[in-house]
Design a protein around this ligand. Structure first.
Ligand code: ADP
Ligand code: MG
Length: 620
């Protein structure tokens, strides 16, 4: 039998390789931008036409190429970036496979102009379908411009496979974001069909993020920073309340290279646990630096996935660092209600058309009196204005229009709870302090009227949320106050249980526990958290030990989270506990001062709102 195996001609091999490297115009953008970065450019311009289908052009002011290199750069496996297999494990460049330009040249009309610093004359080169059609000297500035025209002109099937222009443009912008976010010290410009899309000056990371995503982003960023032996982390996470229902801004950069890592994403997501609802995705811009020897970026043709030697530790460090950052930064409370314009008008007026204020002059009126008598001056919209202007936390705005009087400025704790005259006011007294009105249902729910509905709060879950946030803060920020016990408590536990308490001793101390002795089966406690009753301590510790036994958390911070959840569950007021008005109000106020008042630490809904419309329907 005759030999049947033959080597594929180069241009065919290149076309096949192109299938791997170039899926769409955005792939070309990525490769060209990365080459420009590798060439040490400080200014890069990307020009595209028709979503890159007609033209993708990248101009850089990098090192350029000699005449020979310009020609060689389009050969397959031609690269200046590695010389031996060993170099693969010490990569400081984006590219190294030497197949991008060869692949691109196989499926498009490519033109290159390039010049190095030490020559006066540069090179101009044209390639179509892997064939050089022209190469001549040219007067060009230092650096390189590569234009890729008519992508997939010789593979109609691939060309037809491309998506609509908006979709392809989106992909290009994604790549542009990734490269420009990784290199804030390089200026970037992007022009699409003749108009400026991005113009990013040289800056720091924070400014780069803000330049790309808009000035509002600035206040959403929580800095993240950690330096350990195996990796350093810097960058930002978005405050939990800016999480998105769809995957929004999520960027990992490892050694300045954008990567995708479901595993590391999980680490970040779990750091947000309890602060963000299940179906909301956190946003982040995280820059990891690791020893190039400890990663393998060679496992994926387009190199967005990498393998870490020490994945486990990186996961733990990343998670811990983000937890810490979130704990340190005071994250403003926000309530998950759409604020509608109606909130600005008090309820009793919102349905009426404005009437001319009837003004009767009160001759006794003294403007310098502390509390002017109200009786004779009626000016319906004044109150609406003052309440609108005053900066309130969003939960308070739910009550606007329900209050009879302006509350004192200050934290929710300052609000007085003396609203016992509620019963007296039920029937039509305009001045009823309805904003502070609540009652208990079945010793389980706290029911409170809202401007346009009824809020039903689960008292136990609400209290869990309040305690959980407080405890978590104490554990991570370490500022709990403890109450000294007159006589130390001596508690007996089994030996394995004492072991567990020993393991979490430090965290418990952060919540306010003071252990004076731990020996054999005896735990002696001389101080307890202010929010814990002495009589409750045995139970509390037993519950925590049990929870830890059952869940077996494997590293520091998930243990903190668990501990906070467990303590919160154990300490929270139970269903079946009667609460007086003051206690009910206290729960409401504290709940809405929480970062995430809508869900319990274990992700159950804390309250529900019955809109007035629902009630109305019952009476039709
Ligand atoms: P790789 O980047 O994997 O080395 P490429 O096919 O992308 O492979 O590029 C081949 C070579 O061409 C590079 O190694 C580099 O030497 C040269 N090159 C490509 N683009 C540029 C550029 N913009 N400036 C200078 N040299 C470049
Ligand atoms: Mg390359």
């Amino acid at each position: 039998m005759t030999d049947i195996i033959q080597l594929l001609p180069d241009h065919v091999a290149n076309q096949i390789a192109a299938g791997e490297v170039v899926q769409r115009p955005a792939s070309v953008v990525k490769e060209l931008l990365e080459n420009a970065i590798d060439a040490k450019a400080t200014a890069i311009t990307l020009v595209i036409k028709d979503a890159g289908k007609t033209l993708v052009q990248v101009t850089d002011n990098g090192i350029g190429m000699s005449v020979t290199d310009a020609r060689l750069s389009f050969e397959r496996h031609a690269t200046s970036k590695i010389k031996s297999a060993d170099d693969l494990f010490n990569l400081h460049t984006k590219g190294f496979r030497g197949e991008a330009l060869a692949s691109i040249a196989a499926i498009a009309h490519v033109e290159m102009k390039t010049k190095t610093a030490n020559t006066d004359i540069g090179t101009h080169l044209c390639i179509e379908g892997s064939k050089v059609t022209a190469q001549e000297p040219a007067v060009v500035p230092q650096g390189t411009t590569i234009s890729v025209k008519n992508l997939f002109y010789n593979i109609p099937a691939r060309r037809n496979f491309l998506k609509s222009n908006p979709v392809e443009t989106r992909h290009i912008i994604d790549e542009f974001h990734r490269v420009s976010l990784a290199h804030p010290a390089v200026s970037f410009q992007m022009i699409h069909n003749g108009s400026d899309v991005f113009n990013l000056p040289i800056s720091n990371t924070r400014q780069r993020i803000v330049h790309i995503f808009g000035s509002k982003t600035n206040e959403k960023l929580v800095p993240v920073s950690e330096e350990t032996e195996i990796l350093s982390i810097s960058g930002f996470v978005l405050k939990p309340e800016f999480g998105k229902k769809s995957r929004g801004e999520q960027f990992f950069f490892v050694n300045d290279r954008f990567i995708k890592s479901p595993y590391l994403h999980h680490a970040v997501a779990s750091a947000f646990e309890g602060l963000i609802k299940n179906d909301v995705h956190p946003g982040y811009f995280l820059y990891l630096q690791v020893d190039p020897h400890s990663i393998d970026i060679n496992i994926h043709p387009t190199k967005t996935e990498i393998k870490f030697d020490d994945e486990h530790s990186i996961y733990a460090i990343l998670r811990a660092t983000i937890k810490h950052s979130l704990g340190q930064f005071n994250i403003a409370p926000i309530l998950d209600f759409e604020r509608d314009k109606g909130f600005d008008t008090p309820y009793e007026y919102s349905k009426k058309s404005p009437t001319t204020p009837s003004i009767e002059v009160d001759r006794d009126f003294n403007p310098f009196e502390e509390k002017p008598k109200q009786a004779n001056i009626k000016f319906p919209f004044q109150r609406a204005q003052t309440t609108g202007i005053r900066a309130r936390s969003s939960w308070e705005s739910l009550y606007i229009g329900l209050e009879g009087e302006e509350k004192e400025e200050g934290s929710p704790e300052d609000i007085s709870f003396e609203s016992e005259e509620v019963t007296g006011n039920l029937f039509g007294n305009e001045d009823a302090e309805e904003g502070q009105m609540s009652f208990q249902l079945q010793k389980k729910y706290i029911v409170s009227p809202l401007k346009n509905g009824l809020m039903v709060i689960h008292q136990n879950l609400a209290h869990q949320r309040i305690l959980y946030e407080e405890l978590l803060k104490n554990i991570t920020v370490r500022e709990a106050v403890s109450q000294q016990l007159l006589f130390p408590l001596q508690l007996h536990f089994s030996k394995p249980d004492v072991e567990i308490i020993l393991k979490i001793r430090e965290q418990l101390e952060h919540t306010g526990f003071v252990f004076s002795k731990m020996e054999g089966e005896i735990v002696e406690i001389s101080g307890i958290p202010v929010m814990v009753l002495e009589s409750h301590v045995v139970n509390l510790l037993a519950t925590v030990v049990n929870d830890i036994k059952e869940e077996v958390p494997d590293e520091g911070y998930s243990q903190n989270d668990m501990l906070a959840k467990s303590m919160a569950a154990s300490m929270a007021i139970k269903s079946g506990t009667a609460l007086n008005k003051e206690e009910q109000q206290h729960i409401i106020n504290q709940l809405f001062a929480c970062k995430e008042p809508t869900v319990s630490p274990k992700n159950k809904a804390v309250f529900t709102v019955v809109p007035i419309g629902e009630l109305d329907k019952k009476f039709i």
